[in-house]
Write a protein that binds this ligand. Sequence first.
Ligand SMILES: [Ca+2]
Length: 385
Amino acid sequence: MPLASAPRLGVFKMSAVTGGFAIAVSCAPAAPVPSASHGAHQTPAAPAVRTDTAVRINTTAAPEPAPKDMVWIPGGTFWMGCEGCGMPDALPSHVVEINGFWMDRAPVTTAEFERFVKATGYVTVAERSLDAKDFPGVPEEMLGPGSAVFAPTSRPVPLDNPLQWWRYTPGASWKHPEGPSVGSAFRVTVADRADHPVVHIAFEDAQVYAKWAGKRLPTEAEFEFAARGGLDRNLYPWGNELTPGSKPAANIWQGTFPAKDRGEDGYTGTSPVTAFPPNGFGLYDMGGNVWQWCADLYRPDYFAVLAAQGAVARNPQGPADSFDPQEPGASKRVAKGGSYLCTDQYCARYLVGSRGKSEVSSGASNLGFRLARNRSAVGRGAADR
Ligand SMILES: [Ca+2]
């Protein structure tokens, strides 16, 4: 197995040249914004309001009673992408049309995931050992169960090396979000994190859960349409101001990343999934808190390919293959929403039109998921618009 696709080691890709662990800056946990100053990011100006007859939110009511804790997303036509964000992979903005679908109102919680594990006995990727034969040269301590855990630095640091604030932590998993040395498994999971999003979820984990739940991962286009909450080309899922009325709208980072999070929004780690107001569609945590897997493979040029076709992109499913020039050889899927580690100094992926990506076998302490569902056969009789 090529090292570049080493399960669970995407953040800590082995460097055959140095014998150490190379920087894999493309990790979804906190992908830096490409810019000249260590990922520094300037919040773009609010886009000009444009009247555009192509933009439409479908008005048909939900075609059937809502499944538990799901919201009907009516579908429609919208501008997808992030103009002026300094993120080339989120350009160009292009018109996308999607059908209506059901969306989980919030990310899957730790308590929900625990029910799944109890029902199925499922063991997540982070909880499995790797076979040393497949990973020659990888230190033994990294072959046991574990995952990437964020660790603040003791002082401000240049933002060019994520390994300064990510630790490959033996024993870290959804049961032990900071690793087994922090509290007991059950206390952390059930008492403290039950209503927080489950984390340390690899793409495979999300897929298996989805099959069990009779749902599926949303496409990237579905996620972005849903995240926009009916707003046209706004910067965030809740509007164009990061903190409208000086009230925090999402769980992100305040302070100097990655040294000191002042936690002015009430949280320095994950937060309960309904801690912040829902967006216009009634969806919680569509920006901030944790990254969320989408079904699409990741390529930075996908939007350019769609835009070059000239027509409205209808229900795009992502490219046929994955390629990330920052980490060639790694298989990546799209993740959306940013996380509690995002700040305007770094990442800024709470910008609703921005994109993230993650190596499919690598979880992290800020990576979770939520699910979508097609309308049922009964509901399918209703028109989309
Ligand atoms: Ca926060």
